[in-house]
Design a protein around this ligand. Structure first.
Ligand SMILES: NC(=O)c1ccc[n+]([C@@H]2O[C@H](COP(=O)([O-])OP(=O)(O)OC[C@H]3O[C@@H](n4cnc5c(N)ncnc54)[C@H](O)[C@@H]3O)[C@@H](O)[C@H]2O)c1
Length: 276
């Protein structure tokens, strides 16, 4: 069991969406202090103000997790000024447009991979050695159902989230094999009602998840050292279904009949200026 009470928690992208909720829940569950890394100054200040008004200890840092030099510099400051991190939640993520792969630019590909995949590894490299030295810690990596499924009009986002799933699980196996005492949870949710995927088409089998419920599941998964959070239930069935079904059947039943492959058609994303 990972104890949240008395712990130091760091959440990337913790100024908004599920990151903000998970941070607040950890503090309400007794975390000693919360470190928030985010690129959105306004949201970072707002979230910090709100949590400090409840007498919680919050350390906000304006960081672009896609910039390795910033990650290394600010991680050094965190270790010197706040101390080692007990629970790291790699949550910051972005999505660019609803378009076919042929319409992406090189810059867009690099940006999505840098924020959604590479950043998680660079941030973890900064805090994992401290956890291994202490013989305890918990790392949560927010992937997506798109890290287990293929989906048109979000090919680069899928690529970035498949990368997270593969890396996170590989690291989990290594850390277990070496009896490090460090736990890893990989999170694969379907669409969540945070505005990041505003406009997407959902259905009763793949409903829009409530952010509060998903965030609470992740916090419980940390406490219970769960390997995965896969939500809604349909996401748990993906590996089995893909394993037994011929691809063309999967395309037809899951892709077309359940509407997964058409889900991005109405995508608008965050209202401009509301989030980064
Ligand atoms: N919303 C969904 O439907 C959904 C579904 C599956 C997985 N996810 C994943 O969950 C995570 C959180 O999603 P959300 O819906 O809460 O998103 P959100 O857009 O509401 O919040 C993301 C936060 O990350 C921050 N951020 C973005 N780029 C950053 C950068 N370069 N450096 C530092 N911070 C940065 C943003 O400012 C924001 O505060 C993401 O990794 C996302 O891919 C979301």
């Amino acid at each position: 069991m990972t104890k949240i009470k008395g712990s130091t928690v760091l959440i990337t992208g913790g100024a908004a969406g599920i990151g903000r909720l998970m941070g607040s829940m950890c503090l309400h569950d007794g975390a000693k202090q919360l470190i928030i890394w985010d690129i959105n100054k306004e949201k970072l200040e707002e979230t910090t103000r709100e949590l400090r008004a409840l007498h919680f200890i919050v350390h906000p840092w304006l960081v672009d997790v896609a910039d390795v030099s910033q990650v290394v510099e600010i991680a050094g400051k965190v270790k010197n000024e706040v101390g080692e991190v007990d629970i790291l939640i790699n949550n910051a993520g972005i999505i660019t447009g609803n378009k076919d792969f042929k319409d992406f630019t090189h810059a867009e590909v690099d940006k999505i991979m840098a924020v959604n995949s590479n950043a998680l590894m660079h941030v973890t490299l900064e805090f994992l050695p401290g956890m291994i030295r202490k013989g305890s810690g918990h790392i949560v990596n927010i992937s997506s159902a798109a890290g287990m499924l293929s989906n048109p009009m979000m090919s680069v986002y899928c690529a970035s989230k498949w990368a997270v799933s593969g890396w996170s699980e590989s690291m989990r196996i290594e850390l277990e094999a070496s009896r490090s005492g460090v736990h890893v949870t990989t999170v694969n949710p379907s669409y969540i009602d945070t505005g990041m995927f505003a406009g997407v088409k959902v259905n009763p089998v793949m409903p829009l998840l409530k952010p509060e419920i998903l965030a609470a599941r992740v916090v419980r998964a940390i406490q219970g050292n769960r390997l995965f959070v896969r939500s809604p239930f349909m996401v748990k069935l993906v590996p089995f279904t893909k394993g037994i079904m011929p691809v063309r059947w999967f395309d037809l039943i899951v892709g077309r009949w359940l509407g997964v492959y058409g889900s991005m058609k109405g995508f608008r994303g965050h209202e401009k200026g509301k989030n980064s």
